[in-house]
Design a protein. Structure first.
Length: 567
């Protein structure tokens, strides 16, 4: 190495670093001087006999400097800085450039410099193409850094551009596996890239600008399809079996298995959403769905396990409700695959549900209930309610169905939610009583055609703390009264008494412990409410009057039924 070249390189490095420092501190170096210095640097690094020696001397120190200049200048200075980065990427040792870029990635992936993230990912995509040996190790070392760059710009207007570049980089890396000749290396690369893609998809799902960007959506679809190249089938992702295929890489030094396993599972569900809920027009969509349906319908246990997988999205509301919307869409799709047009496997009247399956499914129902109550998007709330009802009706056997409804009703503090659930109970009671009256199905015992139903009415109309709180519990009280009225009419009309509603003791209890106290409370409530608040809304009084109307009808029916017992 010539001493002159080394001195020249150090002097050039000092001048460039000084310019970058002043720019970084908010200074405004003379544009002409900066442009002249960059032009001189380009000449020295790209031509002449000492260019290679100069690059070898200071090349690894230059990427961070040129990036700072590129993102803090405009016009000719910016173009010169970017062209100098290209010279480094083409001329310097690829492994040295990898080290330099990863150092910058660790230092500068912060929201106030999002363009640096783009330059870093763009450079890495070119560096990986040049690396020929130990590519697996380099890719593994870069995964968390690349994800860090995407995370750094998540809340900026620059996010879509960085995400687009990260997706392109992932696709480039998958394509590079085609050039590997050792099967063991290919498999290891596929495991690492599968985790990388799943984590990237999980991260992208948080970014609102990306989800609705027409520019990025096709790239996300292409990224999701790369998982099949990495050996993960759609069924692997839907059932959760993919974890078995990448668990070694998860527990290796690539990522902390405990810290990232949830994100990886979220990424899998995001991939499935893009594939089957967003891209239904894909040419192979129906063919793939048909094969998946066969897999789901082959086992009730597999199907129910699949329904619990979207929990990782439904329980996540970190930045937006987009993931929750995805989770609801997935459940709706999975239910359609597993239930509709099924001619046998999911006729569950005589089915038995394992305790662990019930626990998982009940968790899903609880989260859906929260979505119905608190999600700001009306369409998502409506879809969540449809999914909740569909799961209760078509997935749970009768005993577990009643158990789930009872737990949801008794643990809910929202009157409107209790009202919706009581409506589901009413429909189940109607179906159960109708089945019991069918001579060929009288052997089918259902909790919905038993005295257990009265426990739900009692919970609403006679809470442990006294009369129901009004007007807060108006919806729940009205639904309970409507259910009682329905039971009386249904049982009397069919001359049956499966629910015990027509028992003398039951009728007496309903009148003395439910209806009379509630009537007295309502009358007092109306007087005190009107007297204390002259501006009371008509809707509240109308709701109270509606409850009174149904209450008097229930009392009338119950007293008439009691007379039949005494005559």
């Amino acid at each position: 190495m010539l001493m002159g070249s080394e001195n020249s390189g150090n002097e050039l490095l000092r001048k460039l670093a000084d310019v970058a420092k002043r720019l970084g501190e908010g200074g405004n170096p003379d544009d002409h001087d900066t442009r002249t210095l960059l032009a001189d640097a380009k000449f020295q690094l790209s031509s002449g006999p000492s260019a290679c020696e100069l690059l070898e001397t200071i090349g690894i120190d230059l990427p961070s400097i040129f990036m700072k200049i590129a993102v803090t200048t405009t016009g000719a200075c910016k173009e010169l800085a970017e062209s100098l980065l290209e010279i480094l990427l083409k001329s310097c040792d690829a492994r040295d450039m990898f080290t330099a870029y990863m150092e910058v990635l660790d230092l500068y992936t912060v929201p106030d410099s999002p363009e640096i993230c783009f330059l870093l990912l763009d450079g890495l995509s070119k560096i990986f193409v040049r690396i020929q040996r130990r590519r697996t190790a380099y890719i593994k070392d870069s995964v968390l850094g690349i994800l860090k760059a995407v995370r750094a710009v998540a809340d900026t207007d620059y996010s879509w551009k960085v995400v687009d570049k990260a997706i392109q980089l992932a696709i480039v890396l998958v394509d590079l596996t085609l050039h590997e000749k050792v099967n063991e290396q290919i498999q290891k690369l596929h495991e690492i890239l599968a985790i990388f893609i799943l984590l990237l998809l999980e991260q992208v799902s948080e970014i609102k600008q990306v989800n609705y960007s027409i520019t990025v959506q096709p790239m996300i679809m292409q990224l999701a399809r790369q998982l099949s190249v990495c050996g993960l089938t759609d069924l692997d992702l839907i059932t959760g079996r993919f974890c078995e295929k990448v668990i070694d890489a998860l527990t290796d030094d690539l990522v902390d298995g405990d810290g990232y396993i949830v994100q990886v599972k979220q990424g899998a569900m995001v991939a499935v959403w893009w594939r089957f809920c967003f891209d239904k027009e894909a040419m192979d969509y129906q063919e793939t769905v048909d094969s998946i349906m066969i897999g789901l319908r082959s086992s009730r246990h597999v199907f129910r396990s699949v329904l619990s997988n979207p929990l990782v999205l439904l329980s996540s509301v970190e930045k937006t409700w987009k993931r929750v919307e995805m989770g609801v869409d997935l459940l709706s799709t999975f239910l359609e695959w597993g239930i509709e047009h099924s001619d046998g496997p999911f006729q569950i009247h005589s089915d038995i549900l394992e305790p662990d399956d019930f626990i998982e499914l009940y968790k899903v129902l609880e989260v859906l209930q929260n979505v119905i109550l608190f999600c700001p998007q009306s369409a998502t709330r409506q879809n969540a309610y449809k999914v909740l009802v569909n799961m209760i009706r078509n997935v749970l056997p009768p005993e577990e169905k009643f158990k789930a409804l009872k737990q949801l009703i008794t643990q809910s503090e929202q009157s409107s939610m209790i009202s919706l659930l009581m409506y589901v109970v009413k429909e189940e009671v109607d179906n159960a009583i109708s089945l019991r009256r069918d001579p060929s199905k009288q052997h089918l015992n259902s909790p919905f055609a038993s005295e257990k139903v009265m426990e739900l009415i009692n919970f609403v109309l006679r809470p442990t703390t006294g009369p129901p709180e009004l007007p807060q519990q108006i919806d729940a009280v009205l639904s309970a009264l409507n259910l009682y009225r329905f039971l009386l009419i249904k049982e009397e009309a069919g001359r049956s008494n499966y629910t015990g509603v027509l028992l003398k003791s039951s009728l007496e209890e309903a009148c003395s412990k439910w209806f009379h106290p509630l009537r007295t409370f309502l009358e007092g409530f109306k007087r005190s409410f009107c007297a204390s608040d002259a501006d009371v809304t008509a809707s509240v009084l109308l709701s109270v009057s509606c409850v009174e109307g149904v209450l008097y009808r229930c009392l009338e029916l119950a007293e008439a039924a009691l007379k039949n017992h005494y005559t």
